[in-house]
Write a protein that binds this ligand. Structure first.
Ligand SMILES: *Cc1c(COP(=O)(O)O)cnc(C)c1O
Length: 392
């Protein structure tokens, strides 16, 4: 049997966009209110308050109306000036990519780059800050998704705060799937979105912004204003007293409202626990099949994505195609430098359920076998099941 690649798959186990929660999909179908209808303005205010609760912020978060790349680019454009020296931390494709944006707004860019299967060592950040007292902004990606690895942002954030520099964090694919919040890592701009661990379709950015970041952006004459890249324009949009600068994405707000209710209703700790357990079971299964994790150590492997190193001689694109055609299972590829070198199994939102570890192991092992690389799928399943059962 073959699954047509033009029909919907059976399961999408990707690292974003992810399959949305069915309740979110129903939420998207709610009435599209006029943005100046007081009912919508009151609703928007409530959704922002829920996002504030979920992000455990002491200030109102900002919603930007495009997928989180908009928020990352906006953070660079708004906070960084030519007088800043930026230290960009790169442990993967997204971390590296932020440096290119930073460079657009300041010629003074320093970088710590580590191999893309490793994490940033906080000691190296401490050393760099000591050597370069002029560093005024540090940028870091929490979960560099194309590598499936996690950086220690809380430790890094403490160092950056002690240095009195600003911190920009890309937490797009970690927030909502593990214990991370803007104030835990002392972020000045914390960029995330609902289209990864909150189980929404892509279309919005959520930003945590510190008071001092607001002050710096306001003082920056070159910070975007009257622009889709403007964070300043949307500052007070949460308040029903304030007009929206542009039309908000009404349907996406409907979906976000449901996603936040699901997250807060289930309980964040319970949500993180099922992400962690799904990832742990998947890693156990991968290893038991004799395959290698991409992450240099299990300690830095993400609870929201498991990246599996492509075995020697295997065409990674053919591997994902086989999983799609034979079993209807969609995995993510690597990106940029990691493309072709690993396959990613996402555990985000609705797919962060341990039973999906078994589906992933079976589809990955079966697809490899179909390409002539036989692995012991049964062992993988047993190992994953043992992890799940131990937590029962
Ligand atoms: C998904 C993601 C983004 C958003 O970018 P895409 O356009 O969806 O690729 C940004 N940063 C990280 C770390 C992400 O995982």
């Amino acid at each position: 049997m073959r699954y047509s690649d033009t029909a919907a798959p059976v399961i999408t186990l990707t690292s974003g966009p992810v399959d949305a929660y069915p309740d979110v999909l129903r939420g998207l179908g709610r009435t599209v209110l006029y943005d100046y209808d007081p009912a919508f303005q009151a609703f928007y205010e409530k959704v922002v308050a829920k996002a504030q609760t979920a992000m455990r912020l002491s200030t109102r978060p900002v919603i930007l109306h495009g997928e989180p790349v908009l928020g990352l680019e906006a953070a660079a454009a708004s906070l960084i000036t030519p007088r800043d020296t930026v230290l960009n931390l790169a442990s993967g494709v997204y971390g590296k990519g932020f440096g290119y944006w930073a460079k657009r707004y300041s010629p003074n860019l320093l970088e710590i780059e580590v191999p893309y299967n490793e994490a940033i060592d906080p000691q190296s950040v401490a050393d760099m800050l000591k050597k370069h007292p002029e560093i005024s902004i540090v940028s870091v990606c929490h979960h560099d998704t194309p590598s499936g690895t996690i950086n220690p942002i809380n430790e890094i954030g403490a160092l950056v705060a002690a240095h009195d520099a600003y911190l920009i964090v890309d937490a797009v694919s970690s927030f909502g799937g593990m214990n991370t919040h803007p104030e835990d890592c002392k972020a000045d701009i914390y960029v995330t979105g609902p289209n990864k661990c909150l189980g929404c379709p892509p279309g919005l950015t959520l930003l945590g912004v510190s008071d001092r970041a607001w002050a710096k952006m306001k003082a920056n004459e070159a910070a975007p204003r009257a622009s889709m890249l403007s964070i300043l324009d949307w500052k007070d949009a949460w308040s029903r007293e304030k007009p929206f600068p542009f039309t908000p994405s009404v349907a996406e707000i409907n979906g976000l409202d449901v996603a936040l209710d699901l997250y807060l209703g289930e309980g964040p700790e319970a949500v993180w626990a099922r992400h962690a357990l799904t990832a742990k079971a998947t890693r156990a299964g991968v290893r038991a099949m004799g395959l290698e994790l991409w992450a240099a150590s299990e300690a830095i492997a993400s609870p929201t994505t498991t990246a599996v190193r492509t075995p020697e001689g295997i065409d990674e694109t053919a591997l994902r195609r086989a999983a799609r055609e034979r079993y209807g299972v969609v995995f993510s590829s690597g990106r940029g430098e990691t493309h072709g070198r690993l396959t990613r199994i996402g555990h985000m939102g609705p797919t962060a359920q341990p039973i999906y570890a078994l589906a992933a192991i079976a589809a990955l092992g079966g697809a490899l076998g179909s390409l002539g690389h036989r692995v012991e799928v049964g062992r993988g399943i047993d190992a994953a099941l043992a992890v799940i059962d131990a937590a029962a």
